[in-house]
Design a protein around this ligand. Structure first.
Ligand code: FPP
Length: 247
C-alpha cells in the first residue's frame, strides 16, 4: 500500500474519468457495461476521498461534447447518474458530503435536473467534502458564461473595468467559492485536458495513469496522491525562494 502523508493531502482533486468504453471492449461487453462498472469506481473513489479527508472532489461525468454520442448511450448515462444520486444521497448525508454541480444543468433531462436539485438541497448543510459533478460541462463555455456575467455587471455599473482581476474573475465561474484543483488525475493514458477546468488548472499538478476508469480504485487513488506529494509546487517561484533560502 502506498505511503501517503496525511498532513500534505491535496485539498481539491479533479478527475477526468476516461476509458469506460475501452474497458468494456476489452471484455467483449457493450459500452454501457463499461459505464455501469464506472459508477462502481465513482462510489469507491468518493468514499476513499471522504475517508482520507479530501475537501473537494470534482468528477468530469459528462461533457458538452458527450451529447453527440449515440442517444442510447446518452440516455444510459443519464439514467445511471439519476440512479446513483437516488441510491447514494442518504450515504452522502451520513458522510457529510455536499453535492455541487458545474455545467449547463439546464441541458439535462428534467427528471435528472430535479434529482440533482433535490440532492443538492438535501446535502446543502454537509461540510465534510464537496462532491462536485461536472455535467454538460465545457471549460470554454464556462469562461464565456463568466464573460457574459461580467459584461452584464459592467453594463449595470455594478463593477468597474479595473475590478476585473485574476482574483475577482473566478467569482463568475461555475466553480465560484471552490478553490482550484491541486491534483488533476486522468485515467486511460491520454495526455489531454479535453476542455476541463481550463481557467482553474493553471497551477494544478497533472497525473496520467494507463488504468482505465472502471479499474481505478482506492489503491490507484493513493498512488496518485503519493506521486503528487513527491512533487515540488513552485507556482512560478524558484526552489530557493520556496524554501526560504533566497538572499
Ligand atoms: C469516459 O469513458 C467516461 C464518460 C464519458 C462518462 C463517465 C461517467 C460515469 C463514470 C458514470 C456516471 C457518473 C456518475 C457520477 C454516477 P469513455 O466512454 O469516453 O471511454 P472510451 O474513451 O474508452 O471510449
Amino acid at each position: 500500500m502506498e505511503e501517503i502523508d496525511k498532513e500534505k493531502l491535496p485539498h481539491h482533486i479533479a478527475i477526468i474519468m476516461d476509458g469506460n468504453g475501452r474497458w468494456a471492449k476489452k471484455k467483449f461487453l457493450n459500452r454501457i457495461s463499461g459505464h455501469i462498472k464506472g459508477v462502481h469506481a465513482v462510489r469507491e473513489v468518493v468514499t476513499a476521498c471522504r475517508e482520507l479527508g479530501i475537501k473537494v472532489l470534482t468528477l468530469y461525468a459528462f461533457s458538452i461534447e458527450n451529447w453527440k454520442r449515440p442517444a442510447e448511450e446518452v440516455n444510459a448515462l443519464m439514467d445511471l447518474l439519476k440512479e446513483y444520486l437516488l441510491k447514494e444521497y442518504e450515504e452522502m448525508v451520513q458522510n457529510n458530503i455536499r453535492l455541487n454541480v458545474i455545467g449547463r444543468i439546464e441541458d439535462l433531462p428534467l427528471d435528472v435536473q430535479t434529482t440533482l436539485r433535490e440532492t443538492m438541497k438535501k446535502t446543502e448543510r454537509c461540510d465534510g467534502m464537496i462532491l462536485n459533478l461536472a455535467l454538460s460541462y465545457g471549460g470554454r463555455s464556462e469562461i464565456l458564461h463568466a464573460v457574459q456575467g461580467i459584461t452584464s455587471d459592467l453594463q449595470k455599473g455594478k463593477i468597474k473595468p479595473e475590478e476585473i482581476t485574476v482574483q475577482h474573475f473566478p467569482e463568475y465561474l461555475w466553480t465560484h467559492g471552490i478553490p482550484d484543483p491541486d491534483l488533476l488525475i486522468r485515467t486511460s493514458g491520454e495526455f489531454r485536458i479535453s476542455n476541463f477546468l481550463l481557467w482553474q488548472i493553471a497551477y494544478t499538478e497533472l497525473y496520467v495513469t494507463d488504468t482505465l476508469w472502471p479499474d481505478f480504485d482506492r489503491k490507484e487513488l493513493l498512488k496518485a496522491i503519493a506521486d503528487f506529494q513527491s512533487r515540488e509546487r513552485r507556482f512560478g517561484l524558484t526552489s530557493e525562494q520556496l524554501n526560504g533560502r533566497e538572499e
